[in-house]
Design a protein around this ligand. Sequence first.
Ligand code: PXL
Length: 254
Amino acid sequence: MKTALTIAGSDPTGGAGFQADLRTFSVLGVYGISVPSVLTAQSTEGVFRIQEIPPDFFADQIDTLLRDIRPDALKTGMLYSEEIIKITADMIQNYSLQNLVVDPVTVSSTGVLLLQEGAPDAVKKYLFPLATVITPNIYEASVFTGVDIRNESDMEKAMIKLRDYGTKTVVITGGHMKEKAGDMLFDGEDFLYIENEKLEGEFHGTGCIFSSVITACLANGFSVKEAFIKAKEFVWNAMNRAVVPGKGLKILNS
Ligand code: PXL
């Protein structure tokens, strides 16, 4: 069985964060390991508090794990601070880890900032150049490039800029753009655009689960394009049968 690592925030609802990643890895037949980068007090109604893990302890968690287990692929999610981002990048390089998926999480579905000031620049500088794929949504792609994305042509412009930051492949998820949920991949040669019918409601964890499907597929030896197509289908199906365990957002059910 292949192994995938998630370095991400804790979401006690299980809808997002490393809990959602582990669930996704498991459904796809990949053995999941996890290192929490930050803790959150949250419910399906929102994120109420964020507590950093002390950076030296965060580093110890990764180092201890990686001295024992070598993951076939890994993803990063909510990293929150510049210090945590730098440690993550250092560890990935020290252990020469391959198949890195960077989900550059910036805000929660309810609009809470999940990254400190200055941290987006650190993600761009330290993590993007190490990544096989980065998976910003439309909003995050705008934050990182300064391109105001209103249509597919803006999306392409932003993708070219994002790829210039050093990643091999860029995927922008467009669920937040308009009536259609369109995602686009750019690998430096081709643009691949897939559009789905948009589902009604407010969902929690779509970005986390999308990037963890890509990670699991890379661990299983699929190409990035195959992983992208699978992730789009997986997330749509999981949204289509979403559950409402609390008083707030819908949670994907895979
Ligand atoms: O969906 C982005 C996200 C990622 N990681 C954690 C989160 C959230 C959103 O709330 O809590 C831990």
